[in-house]
Design a protein around this ligand. Structure first.
Ligand code: ZEM
Length: 290
């Protein structure tokens, strides 16, 4: 009905179908751009979502995915974020097509979509993140250092509020993607199928013989048999540490359990420090081929 000439334009309230449309657009672009790396932007999109979230500090409440402050220096220039410009640039055309979504929500949706499209479990998603300016950039050093061991890994993830089982479940993401010398200095993939999420990371940790790679780069492991796979010192910590190793064994033996726990813990990671309202609904997206 007509309410007079000065009525405000109706505010756009996105619903499930609108977020599903964003999901579908990301999934379509993932399929189209199979020229990247091992054939998918999925791993680097997941890493963007993780590095946006993993700056969280539970004591101060700072950091986390609410803000998308990696758009700005100094955070964009932190060593740990090298190469994530590829993921941010990949999502720019999606942001242009759906300008109503915040970068913070979009980056996390990119992670959710990547996990599902790389044949991982469903990852329930809640929108509600708001972008912040560069004054909310976190200090360098909040993300894990690959050259360190169990003690450091615990310090970093306990700061976010995770326990040992959750840390090991999160690490299963290293079934995906690879290390790039131009980003981290390290080199190579962890598994033979770096664009499909499986529990292979755990199986390979336990089932292969890991030896130091002899090369000029930073200290990393290679599998003795094929020398084509890698582990970081921080990965090997998961089999050197008795407590961590028990959980590695559970996930190596049971992919369904890994999927269930991975989904739960990645939702926790993606929601660290996000001030959702009571009204925030949880969405479970259909995969592109569903
Ligand atoms: Zn990663 N990760 N990560 N990680 N990560 C790399 C790549 C990827 C650590 C780490 O130092 C590195 C988690 C935990 C930890 C992914 C997801 C998740 C790389 C290589 C390094 C060095 C980067 C490069 O060179 O491009 C350490 C020390 C971790 C904790 C112990 C968690 C948690 C993740 C998600 C849940 C993914 C998907 C990649 C692959 C990125 C790509 O571009 O292929």
């Amino acid at each position: 009905t007509q309410t007079g000439g000065t009525a405000e334009p109706k505010e756009f309230k996105p619903e499930f179908k609108d977020y599903q449309a964003v999901y579908n657009e990301i999934a379509k672009l993932l399929q189209e751009h199979d020229e990247y790396d091992d054939g998918s932007y999925g791993p680097v999109l997941l890493r963007l979502a993780w590095h946006a979230s993993g700056t969280y500090d539970k004591e101060s409440g700072t950091g986390g995915s609410n803000g998308a402050t990696m758009r700005f220096a100094p955070e964009s220039a932190h060593g740990a974020n090298a190469g994530l410009i590829n993921a941010r640039n990949f999502l720019e055309p999606v942001k242009a097509k759906f300008p109503w979504i915040s970068y913070s929500d979009l980056w996390i949706l990119g992670g959710v979509c990547s996990i599902q499209e790389m044949l991982g479990p469903k990852v329930p998603y809640r929108p509600g993140r708001a972008d912040r300016d560069m004054s909310s950039c976190t200090p360098d050093g909040r993300l894990p250092d690959a050259s360190q061991g169990a003690r450091h890994v615990r310090d970093i993830f306990y700061r976010m509020g995770f326990n040992d089982q959750e840390i090991v479940a999160l690490a299963g993401a290293h079934a995906l993607g690879r290390c790039h010398t131009q980003n981290s200095g390290f080199d190579g993939p962890w598994t033979f199928s770096p664009t499909v999420l499986t529990n292979d990371y755990y199986k390979l940790l336990l089932g292969s013989k890991w030896q130091w790679r002899k090369w000029d780069g930073p200290k990393q492991y290679e599998d003795k048999e094929t020398k084509s796979l890698m582990m970081l010192p921080a990965d090997i910590a998961f089999i050197e540490d008795k407590e961590f190793k028990k959980t590695v064994e559970k996930y190596a033996a049971d992919n369904d359990l890994f999927f269930k726990d991975f989904s739960a813990v990645i939702v926790k990671l993606f929601e660290l420090g996000v001030p959702f309202t009571d009204k925030a609904e949880t969405y479970v997206f259909k995969n592109l081929d569903e």
